[in-house]
Design a protein around this ligand. Structure first.
Ligand code: NAD
Ligand code: AKB
Length: 310
């Protein structure tokens, strides 16, 4: 066990509920925190109610527990963000600035800030999107995360903060449902397949997007954070790839297990968000710098999701 004290913000969300449990296997003291109360296995360790917009509360919590690392997950995702752009900007930007400043004031050793494929936009090359390319996001979520990447790099360059980041693709998991994103269909489809043998999809059938199964995302996040600092060449955020598929591909995979499964399509406002994002990602920097390699493809993930998404 390592002796660092780790704080996770936004710990009740889709990633946090799994990341906290994985971190508790490595570190003696992992404090989960969120606006909401803890449920389930999160209650088996320390938990604090924390609004990341309240800087004095964040500072007090860091001092009280002698926190040495922060995983800052709290944010508003793409679809929810488009419904209230001012609020999303405030949570995503002010929340990150508070984390950065409190980390500097308390001499934290490391910070993790999750970025996203939403930092890319309609003018970005869509296939095998490179690490360095045109980035003109057109959602408030993407704009806030792109600005966040620049702040992360700035704090590393100018203040020496050891901050690390990944551009997560759409994440698929069954422990906690997805929290207001454009890729959420790829989670919901498995739950509804098991419940109703049918699913009405809010994206068109051929909308391909980069995706990843949660066990890969957790393993990659910890690998990035555990890598020696001199291996981390990129301090904005690494491209990070798992698989790419469209709704019709998931449906076809589910049909192999459940021949009477039916999918229908009723695209909504999330279609234009999805169309502004890459279809697949080139993550060769992550492969070279800290040895990234995904384990799950669509077939392997589908078998596991159908067995567990209930
Ligand atoms: P989520 O929406 O499931 O969870 C976010 C959590 O943050 C929620 O529990 C919410 O209560 C909490 N929160 C919101 N505002 C807060 C505040 N002011 N103070 C404290 N907590 C607050 O999100 P997630 O899917 O777990 O994503 C976590 C991070 O990863 C986010 O930064 C997100 O942008 C990023 N990310 C996620 C995905 C994905 O597919 N899940 C993909 C790319 C990037
Ligand atoms: C969303 O759809 O908003 C997230 C993401 C890809 O950042 N899942």
């Amino acid at each position: 066990m390592q002796s660092d004290t780790v704080l996770v913000t936004g710990a009740c969300g889709q990633i946090g509920t799994e990341l906290v449990l994985a971190l508790r296997k490595i570190y003696n003291n992992v404090i989960a925190s969120d606006l909401k109360d803890a449920t389930g296995e999160l209650q088996d360790g320390p938990f604090e109610r924390l609004d990341v917009l309240h800087r004095p509360g964040l500072n007090d919590l860091v001092k009280k527990h002698k926190v040495t690392q922060i995983y800052h997950l709290a944010a508003i995702l793409s679809a929810t963000g488009e419904k209230n752009p001012e609020f999303a900007w405030r949570v995503n930007m002010k929340g990150l600035r508070n984390i950065l400043d409190v980390s500097m004031e308390n001499n934290l050793s490391k910070v993790f800030f999750p970025s996203t494929i939403a930092v890319f936009g309609p003018t970005t090359p869509k296939v095998n999107t490179p690490q360095y390319t045109v980035m003109e996001p057109n959602t408030i979520y993407g704009i806030s995360k792109q600005a966040g990447e620049r702040w992360a790099d700035y704090y590393f360059q100018k203040k020496g903060l050891d901050i690390r980041s990944i551009r997560y693709p759409g994440l698929i998991s069954y422990k906690t449902k997805a929290g207001g994103g454009t890729t959420d269909y790829a989670v919901d489809i498995y739950f509804e397949a098991n419940e109703k043998k049918s699913y009405e999809c809010f994206l068109k059938e051929d909308t391909a997007l980069p995706m990843m199964y949660m066990p890969d995302a957790i393993r990659g996040t910890i690998a990035l954070m555990e890598a020696p600092a001199d291996k981390i060449r990129i301090r904005s955020a690494y491209n990070f790839s798992g698989m790419s598929f469209a709704p019709k591909d998931v449906a076809a995979e589910i049909v192999k297990h459940m021949p009477d499964f039916k999918i229908t399509y009723k695209p909504d406002f999330r279609q234009s968000i999805a169309e502004s994002w890459p279809q697949s990602i080139d993550d060769s920097y992550a492969q070279q710098d800290w040895g990234w390699k995904p384990d799950f493809d669509l077939a392997k993930m589908t078998t596991d999701m159908l067995a567990n998404a209930r």
